[in-house]
Design a protein around this ligand. Structure first.
Ligand SMILES: [Zn+2]
Length: 441
């Protein structure tokens, strides 16, 4: 159903503008934007007054592992490899399809309440099928979030068996899953060779080739931890980004996740090859990974989107928190308050996120998907309204988030999830995690 939205302030071209109307069409896209008198509004279109509210594009969480929300609090304050063993490798094999579905409902439901309208789930609980991926997709549809599923291609034999596949199986199943959702309005599938430490050369090359064949991006963790740099040097005689270059897979299709440990030569290479970065500052801090040379990457033209990473390595799922962290981390790294500003990180969390997860969203403009959120202007965390965009990034708390629309459908209203009861999600989470214990206890 089409609607005419009238908010007090609407974010257009990076600036909040007063008294602009946004017409949302039956197809879930923005049809027109402008002063109400200038718009051709079909007769009978409901007029929704969003008084004392600001209208913004929704956030895009460009990197997440939904099942990890269930592992929150299980192995906090540990070294990376202890965290991986004690949380991921211990509990992932126990989830089954039901646990995978509930984990995704939980993660996606919480994200919608934090203003995330699109999530990319980097998913690897395959168990020799696409059933787990289908469970995640079902959860996204049930809760009403837009989903890019980065179907992981994983063949390192140190990980639990359900993560692993042969190159041929991973390629075939990713191709099949992509075909099944090719024209879906809310779901996309892209290939995702896991990382230099968990995907062989053959797997990485196959993932990049599949992205070429399917005309998509491919996602891949790179240089998150120091150990991966050392392993790649020991195994291949090159640092991770140079190794990827030697495989011929660096291109504008590559969306590299993390890149905490890249040297100046690798930064230059990323710029030359037009690769993209999916940056997760809070997760990198939480796990003690390191600090990505973000400003240097921006200087060479790398496009950057933001992710929260999994719910047990952050431990929040708010992209607004990532915007704030991205800016603050560069300011302290350079000891310079001008190092990175609110406008740039806001674009990373919205427009760039939509671009790198394959959706025509992230800004309020005709023809774009109607993935929108409203902010309560009476919430004290947004005051004073002198530069609202700065406040959205630096001071706003989630108490200010009011409504969320995905593809023209209101999925959160007045801070309440409309598609499912959060109490029911909580009950199912408690059921799944009933017998679980905290690491070391
Ligand atoms: Zn990750």
């Amino acid at each position: 159903m089409s609607e005419l939205l009238l908010a007090d302030h609407t974010l257009i071209d990076g600036r909040f503008v007063r008294d602009v109307a946004v017409l949302v069409g039956d197809d879930g896209k923005i049809t027109a934007v402008g002063p109400e008198v200038s718009l051709q509004v079909p007769d009978g279109t409901p007029r929704i007054a969003l008084s004392r509210k600001a209208l913004l594009p929704g956030c895009v969480n460009a990197h997440n592992h939904s099942f990890q929300s269930l592992l929150r609090g299980i192995a906090d304050d540990k070294a990376f490899l202890v965290w991986r063993d004690q949380a991921l490798y211990r509990y992932a094999p126990r989830l089954g399809r039901e646990g995978t579905y509930v984990g995704a409902l939980f993660a996606f439901g919480e994200m919608l309440l934090r203003g995330v309208t699109t999530v990319c789930d980097f998913f690897y609980l395959h168990d020799d099928s696409n059933d787990g991926a289908e469970a995640v997709i079902r959860a996204a549809r049930d809760v009403g979030i837009r989903l890019t599923l980065a179907r992981t291609m994983y063949d390192w034999d140190g990980a639990p068996k359900l993560f692993r596949e042969s190159v041929a199986d991973a390629t075939r199943r990713t191709r099949e899953l992509h075909a099944a959702y090719r024209d879906h309005p809310l779901v996309r599938v892209v290939p995702a060779p896991h990382s230099p430490h968990a995907a062989s050369s053959e797997m990485v090359v196959a993932g990049a080739a599949l992205a070429e064949e399917l005309d998509t991006f491919f996602h891949m963790h790179v240089a998150e931890e120091r150990f991966e740099v050392e392993e790649t040097l020991a195994n291949y005689g090159q640092t991770p980004v140079r190794w990827l270059e030697s495989l011929g897979v660096l291109s504008p299709r590559a969306c590299l996740v993390h890149c905490c440990h890249v040297d100046p030569g690798e930064v230059a290479l990323m710029g030359e090859q037009g690769v993209n970065l999916l940056y997760n500052p809070n997760s990198n801090m939480f796990l003690g990974d390191g600090i990505t040379p973000l400003t240097e990457l921006l200087e060479v033209g790398v496009r950057v989107a933001l992710g929260t990473d999994g719910g047990c390595s952050n431990n929040r799922v708010s992209v607004f928190d990532e915007m704030r962290a991205a800016a603050l981390l560069q300011k302290v790294r350079h000891q310079n308050g001008t190092a990175l500003g609110a406008e740039a990180v806001f674009e990373m969390g919205t427009r760039n996120g939509a671009l790198l997860t394959g959706w025509d969203a992230g800004i309020i403009a005709p023809g774009r998907l109607a993935d929108l959120i409203t902010v309560d202007l009476d919430d004290l965390s947004t005051l004073p309204h002198l530069d609202l965009l700065k406040n959205v990034v630096y001071s706003m708390e989630s108490t200010a988030l009011s409504d969320v629309m995905v593809g023209g459908r209101w999925v959160v209203q007045g801070g309440i999830l409309q598609t499912m009861s959060t109490r029911e999600i909580g009950r199912r989470v408690a059921e799944i995690t009933r017998d679980w214990t905290v690491a070391g206890s």
